[in-house]
Design a protein around this ligand. Structure first.
Ligand code: PAF
Length: 272
């Protein structure tokens, strides 16, 4: 497995390849969720490239950039075992320059929900994914449905900037008890982890209820009864294009939650 440290090395490697390239962009601290993206990429492509880069521009001041889990050697092992051809691990210095041309997330859909509570977060995500796409020039790129709004915005960027890349959404991987896998779960104490489960339980209940009623207020009330979080930021109902909806549309609804458990911010969602 090749380790590529600079954009130049990655571009040279990429340009030496002939065939389909599956790309899995990550911030490292790889878990089963990432592995499911890598496995799908492995099945569908001649080559698989994973990037590991804790992108500073998508963290707001005061967020967990410094303490974000970094496990590079373990990540390399996981990638090697999963049959990855190359891992691209640039640093901020060779990815960014001063006074850059900036990508802006769309004014509405980049600034509601996650974008409201983390203003500018998606500008940073799109900035780095744009660079990564230009460096790797993948055939297909794999993103988890857990970051549903990110997935939507990346699809929009691909359309708006005419990238010739197919975006493949991959289902959220959960622990046996339902907790959605996230690199941030390591921050949870045993007691907090128990309460974090109320998020996936509330979503599961919402999915069940939505087969009986399309009344969002009714469903939301039931979800609030189940949630045992320290600060609920939002329960939201949107369609697949991130338009707010006022009743459940079967086959075109995403129910999303963002909440703090202690000082850990968690997001999760369910697609109806
Ligand atoms: O989802 C993530 O891990 C990140 O937002 C991404 C897409 C790798 C960009 O830094």
């Amino acid at each position: 497995m090749k380790i590529l440290k600079t954009p130049k090395e990655a571009q040279e490697y990429r340009n030496s390849l002939k065939g389909n390239i599956g790309f899995v962009p990550t911030m490292g601290a790889l878990h089963e969720g990432h592995l499911s993206l890598i496995k799908k990429a492995r099945e569908e492509n001649d080559y698989v490239i994973v990037s590991i880069f804790v992108n500073p521009t998508q963290f707001l001041p005061g967020e967990d950039l410094d303490k974000y889990p970094r496990k590079l050697q373990a990540d390399f092992e996981i990638c090697k075992r999963a049959g990855v051809d190359a891992v691209f691990t640039p640093n901020a210095k060779n990815m960014y320059s001063d006074d850059e041309i900036l990508i802006k997330a769309p004014k509405i859909k980049g600034y509601i929900l996650e974008g409201f509570f983390r203003p500018g977060h998606f500008d940073g995500v799109l900035q780095v994914v744009n660079k990564l796409f230009n460096i790797i020039k993948p055939t297909k790129a794999y993103f988890g449905k857990k970051d549903a709004q990110q997935l939507y915005l990346i699809n929009q960027m691909v359309k708006n900037f005419f990238f010739d890349i197919e975006i493949i959404p991959v289902d959220t991987v959960r622990e046996k008890d339902g907790l959605a896998l996230s690199s941030r779960n390591v921050y949870l104490s045993t007691e907090e982890r128990k309460r974090a489960l109320s998020i996936s339980k509330a979503l599961k209940r919402a999915a069940k209820l939505s087969s009986k009623t399309d009344n969002i207020e009714e469903i939301k009330k039931e979800m609030e009864k189940i949630l045992d979080v320290d600060k609920l930021q939002y329960i939201a109902f949107v369609d697949r294009d991130f338009n707010y909806i006022n009743k459940i549309i079967p086959g075109n609804t995403i129910i999303l939650i963002a909440a703090y458990i202690g000082s850990t911010r968690l997001i999760d969602n369910i697609w109806i």
